[in-house]
Design a protein around this ligand. Sequence first.
Ligand SMILES: NC(=O)c1ccc[n+]([C@@H]2O[C@H](COP(=O)([O-])OP(=O)(O)OC[C@H]3O[C@@H](n4cnc5c(N)ncnc54)[C@H](O)[C@@H]3O)[C@@H](O)[C@H]2O)c1
Ligand SMILES: [Zn+2]
Ligand SMILES: [Zn+2]
Length: 396
Amino acid sequence: MRALTWQGKHDVRVESVPDPQLVNPRDAIVRITSTAICGSDLHLYDHYIPTMKAGDVLGHEFMGEVVEVGRGNKKLKVGDKVVVPFVIACGGCFFCQKQQYAACDNSNPAETADMSEKLYGYSMTGAFGYSHLTGGYAGGQAEYARVPYSDVGPIVVPKDIDDDKVLFLSDILPTGWMAAENCEIEPGDVVAVWGCGPVGLFAIQSAFVLGAHRVIAIDHYPHRLELAKSMGAEILDFEEVNVREALMEMTGGIGPDACIDAVGMESHGFSIDNVLDKAKAAVGLVTDRPHALRQVLLACRKGGRVSIPGVYGGFADKFPIGALMEKGLSIKTGQTHVQKYTQRLLDMILEGKLDTTFLISHRLDLEDAAQGYKMFKEQQNDVTKVVLKPRSAVRH
Ligand SMILES: NC(=O)c1ccc[n+]([C@@H]2O[C@H](COP(=O)([O-])OP(=O)(O)OC[C@H]3O[C@@H](n4cnc5c(N)ncnc54)[C@H](O)[C@@H]3O)[C@@H](O)[C@H]2O)c1
Ligand SMILES: [Zn+2]
Ligand SMILES: [Zn+2]
C-alpha cells in the first residue's frame, strides 16, 4: 500500500510499504478514506519528539471502512464506517476503567514502553504514528491501518455522513473539548486561549458550549484570529500588544479565570525567553520552548485554572513555578482521553450542535502529503487544516 513515511527532520515521503495484517484477535484493518495532518505531526516533522525511525508511517487522525475484523472483536463488522481515536486503549486496565484512556497501561509494547518509562517515570500509552515512545504503531496517513483493541477505540458513524463532518472526532475535536472541560468553567468566566490552530479553535467553541461568558483568543496569524473572532472570541495579536497587560485591562485588573495553552512546545515570538530557548534547543540543552506556557502562568488570575492541551515532550527552562504556587493556580493537562468523548461529540454533530467543517482549508491527494506538511508548517496563516485522501478511497 501507499503510506506517508518519516525519513528525518523536514523529510517525509509517500512510499510503498507492506499492507498491514491482523496480529491480535481484537485487531481490525481499516481502509482509510480521510486522514488529516495535526499540529502534533509538526513536532515530529521538526524532530522535537525522540525515538522516530526512518520509514515510520505517520498519521493519527483518520477514518475509513472496516475491511477485516479479528475473531476477538464482537463489536465491529466488515463494512462499518468508523472514526479511529489516536489513543490506543485496551478498555480493561485500571486506567481505562477510570476512562483515563490516554493512560492505558496495556497498549504500549514492553520494549518501547521502557523508553518512555525512563523519561517520565511511567510508560506512555500507545498511539498511532507517533514515535517509538508510544509503541511505534504505523499511522493512518496511509491506504490501510491496523487498529489494535478495535472493540474499544473506533466509533461507528452513519454510512451516509460526510467524512469531513466526523473526521476530527479522531483527535482535535475531543482535544479542544477536554481542554475546555479541564478549565472547570463557571458562569461568568473569562477564558483565555493561547493559539488559534485547530486545537485552540475547537477549545474556543467548546468553552462557549460549556458556558464561558467571554473567550479571549491569542495568536499572531490574522486569518486564524479572524476564525476565532467569527466564533465569538475577542482577539489579541501577540505581536501588537503586551498580552498580559491587555488581558488585565480586558478583565478589570483581575486576569482571566481560566487559561488554555493550545500552543505546545514550539512557541513563536521574539521575546527574550523564547530566543534563549531556541538557542538552547539548538545545542540540545533543552527540548521544549514553553514561552506561551510561561505567559499563561503569569497572566492567569490568582486562584485560576490552567489547562494545557499543547504537547510538551521533555524538559523546559525558566518554568515560573513561583507564579504557579504563589497564585494558587491549578493545572490540568494530558493527551486526550478521546474514547471518553467520542459518542457525546458525535451526538452533538448529528444534532447539528457542533460543526467542524469550517476548519478544513486544504484537501490533497495522499500522494502529495509531503507538500501538505510543508504548507501546514510554513503557511500557517492560510493553512488551518489539511485533509488527505488516498487514491484508493477516491476510486471506491
Ligand atoms: N493533548 C492532546 O491530546 C493533543 C491533541 C492534538 C494536538 N495537541 C497539541 O496541541 C497543540 C496545538 O495543535 P494545533 O493542531 O492547533 O497546532 P498548530 O501548530 O496548527 O497551532 C498552534 C498555534 O499556536 C500559535 N502560537 C504560537 N506561538 C504562540 C504564542 N506565543 N502565543 C499565542 N499563540 C501562539 C501559532 O501561531 C499557531 O496558530 C500542539 O502542541 C499539538 O501537539 C495535543
Ligand atoms: Zn492530532
Ligand atoms: Zn487500558
